[in-house]
Design a protein around this ligand. Structure first.
Ligand SMILES: [Zn+2]
Ligand SMILES: [Zn+2]
Ligand SMILES: [Zn+2]
Length: 334
């Protein structure tokens, strides 16, 4: 028997099997050997990228080796930083010029270690870079939203294999975020509670989908997961704006993120994945009805006609089973 589950935030439906047993081996991809030849993000290749925006470095000057995290403009940006924002209508269509910022955060100098393999301290550095770039770019009044995301593995859209994250500052609030904000606002109007806080409370009560839990963050496989082994990470205390994260929360968030990715990597043998940080738009004050979060989406099966046509997602693995399998993986405590 299959079950339909409705997401209380976006009203999207998923279909999960209640009785089908899926074999882990169904999801395990062929090992993909890595090769650092001519990699523009390795030490010594600093001049192959546009000049760096910022880097954490113990010694030496800009665009030289010995950095730990390095942020550079994307060489092939989806949007460009120069120019004024112009909007116009062409018939029924709205267009605007491609203003935005597109940056690459090189997570580590080590070509062969993704966030899953970093230490907690190294992961914290990556999170600090996310935060610093968010705070800097939000001063630009043309931007309304900052999206931080990571594509890992070729089938998840990574064109370079060296571990890196990306940041795009946008002149509009993206549709996906709009949908979440609208759904969350409706829920708030009706219940006077944040829907994300309610989901966290529910997951903590039910316990069996949790894979990471400390006093500040929780990571779990959501009851309404769209994808097999999907993981969400949320701050336990209500907060809508990722960029307001403080020192203690950075440490705890880095752990939750690293552990979640390490479990995925350990269980599914280095699967491709995307993660996104969903936060409230810029210029917003702290919102009562929105709650920042990370969605980690392993790419284990293809999104096909039914999904595109209906907005339904068919998830072959019950979320509590995904959580049980992920929890069984040992991760280093540093
Ligand atoms: Zn490299
Ligand atoms: Zn909340
Ligand atoms: Zn979201």
């Amino acid at each position: 028997m299959n079950e339909l589950r409705r997401d209380p935030i976006t009203a999207r439906w998923i279909i999960v099997p209640l009785d089908k047993k899926t074999d882990l081996s169904d999801f395990i991809a062929e090992p993909h050997p890595k090769n650092k030849d001519k990699c523009p993000f390795c030490y010594g290749s600093e001049t192959m990228t546009p000049p760096e925006i910022v880097a954490h470095r113990r010694s030496g000057g800009a665009n030289t080796p010995n950095w730990t995290v390095r942020v550079v403009p994307n060489k092939f940006p989806a949007l460009r930083i120069e120019g004024d924002l112009n909007r116009e209508g062409v018939g029924v269509f709205d267009i605007m010029n491609g203003i935005g910022a597109h940056e690459v955060i090189v997570d580590t100098p080590d070509h062969f270690r993704d966030i899953a393999d970093l230490t907690y301290a190294e992961t914290e550095e990556v999170v600090w870079a996310y935060r610093a770039r968010s705070l800097d770019l939000r001063r630009d009044k043309r931007f309304k939203y900052i999206l931080i995301f990571k594509n890992y593995g070729q089938s998840a859209g990574a064109s370079l294999e060296h571990p890196h994250s990306q940041l795009i500052a946008l002149p509009i609030v993206p549709k996906r975020v709009h949908e979440e904000m609208e759904g969350a606002a409706k829920y708030y109007d009706y219940k006077e509670r944040c829907v994300f806080c309610d989901i966290v409370r529910e997951e903590l009560e039910e316990k069996d989908r949790i894979i990471y839990n400390d006093d500040k963050f929780v990571a779990f496989c959501p009851y309404v997961s769209r994808f097999a082994y999907e993981i969400w990470i949320l701050p336990k205390k209500h907060a809508s704006d990722f960029a307001n994260i403080d020192r203690d929360h950075v440490a705890s968030f880095a752990k939750a993120l690293r552990d979640s990715l390490a479990r995925l990597k350990g269980l599914l043998q280095d699967p491709p994945y995307n993660f996104i940080i969903h936060t409230s738009p810029i210029n917003g004050h702290e919102r009562e009805d929105y709650h920042w979060h990370v969605e980690i989406m392993p790419k284990l099966s293809k999104v096909a006609g039914f999904e595109w046509g209906s907005g339904f997602y068919v998830n072959p693995v019950l979320p509590y089973i995904a959580a049980k399998n992920l929890s069984g993986i040992g991760v280093p405590d540093k």
